[in-house]
Design a protein around this ligand. Structure first.
Ligand SMILES: Cc1cc2nc3c(=O)[nH]c(=O)nc-3n(C[C@H](O)[C@H](O)[C@H](O)COP(=O)(O)O)c2cc1C
Length: 340
């Protein structure tokens, strides 16, 4: 029944397709010029790319629980009372030269050396390792549209960071190359536009739902129940529920070649320039230069299928070198520092 539901967008022109019919009509609209012009072989290529992505997804074995819902039910409820609050840092009396604050405990532990391409190690192991190590990651929630406006897309990407503020440049990593692009990448490559929304606690489930492996042309907007708000200088809409959104124009695309499968593109770096910012009125200060984190309530991505809230925080001053000279052991410290 679900498979034959008609998906339409309310305020914007989006794909209107029957899910059970997706393969042919959807692929004909694909914004990737290679896939669009190759008619039936293009359709086959795109279907093969989707199938390959589905197989890759299955190989990740993301869900660590045989019965996820049972495990979830056994856990405490979401703690609504847990809100943004400050604590001291772990060791407020830390002194220059002290090193760690664990009394040397971490120094007693051994490390394991891992060659990312050691024989028998699948590349997906590096994916799992890296997403559990490079944490927490902000989640860029990308709204894109096909260049001809026929199809809109929404999906989360945690390979997200800002890399420059003048101009405002954001970096997004998307698995796969342009020839076999995920819908988001295909749209960005063709339209050169996208909105980066930041995910907050109040729409995490809906945001996660948009990572569904929907075929091209099926709009995750309708599936998620999230709302579109008009952008100012680009076509793709913003997520109205988002506290922060940046309208962006494509700055540069850089594909990476796989080492595990030479000759194949395994990922694409998308550099985007922010050309307009949107911040919810109750979250921005008068100077329009700071967002209230207690209102943003950002969600971060950790390893596996784990997400994090940021509620317990602390502040530490940015150090000034003049403070080193005032330390009781300044001479010894500076001597050590001059012989690294
Ligand atoms: C929290 C989260 C973070 C994700 N981060 C990335 C990412 O950084 N890069 C990527 O290629 N896929 C990432 N994904 C998977 C994509 O969201 C997923 O493949 C999605 O179906 C892509 O949609 P599209 O084909 O409509 O572009 C992430 C999924 C989730 C749930």
């Amino acid at each position: 029944m679900f498979a034959s539901r008609l998906i339409t967008s309310s305020r914007y022109k989006t794909a209107s397709v029957r899910l059970h019919q997706h393969t042919r009509p959807v692929l004909q609209r694909h914004p990737n010029p290679t896939l669009r012009t190759m008619s039936s072989s293009g359709a086959n290529d795109a279907a093969a790319a989707l199938e390959a992505r589905n197989q890759h997804e299955a190989s990740i074995k993301r869900n660590p629980h045989p019965d996820f819902k049972a495990v979830e039910a056994s856990r405490p409820d979401w703690e609504e009372s847990s809100t943004w609050h400050y604590t001291k840092t772990r060791s407020p009396d830390w002194q220059w030269g002290q090193g760690g604050n664990d009394g040397g405990e971490s120094l007693a532990k051994k490390h394991v050396e891992i060659d990312p391409y050691e024989p028998g190690r699948p590349a997906v192991f590096n994916y799992k390792l890296m997403i559990s190590a490079i944490v927490p990651r902000p989640i860029g929630f990308l709204s894109t549209m096909a260049a001809d406006g026929t199809s809109s897309n929404l999906a989360p990407f945690s390979y997200t960071s800002m890399v420059c503020h003048d101009p405002p440049i954001f970096a997004i990593g998307i698995t796969g190359g342009i020839a076999t692009a995920k819908d988001t990448l295909a749209n960005i490559a063709s339209s050169k536009e996208c909105v980066i929304n930041i995910i907050s606690e109040h729409f995490i489930e809906a945001a996660n739902s948009t990572s569904v492996n929907a075929p091209y042309g099926v709009s995750e907007w309708g599936l998620s129940g999230l709302h579109q708000a008009p952008s100012s200088v680009i076509k793709p809409p913003r997520v109205q529920e988002a506290v922060f959104a940046a309208e962006c124009k494509l700055y540069e695309l850089k594909e990476f070649e796989s080492k595990a499968n030479p000759g194949k593109k395994s990922g694409t770096l998308v550099l985007l320039e922010g050309v307009k910012f949107w911040v919810r009125e109750d979250a921005i200060n008068e100077e329009k230069n700071q967002i209230d984190p207690a209102i943003l309530r950002p969600i971060s991505r950790l390893g596996g299928i784990t997400y994090g809230r940021t509620t317990e925080v602390f502040e530490i001053l940015r150090p000034d070198f003049s403070a080193v000279g005032k330390a009781p052991n300044a001479e010894e410290l500076l001597e050590k520092a001059s012989n690294p």
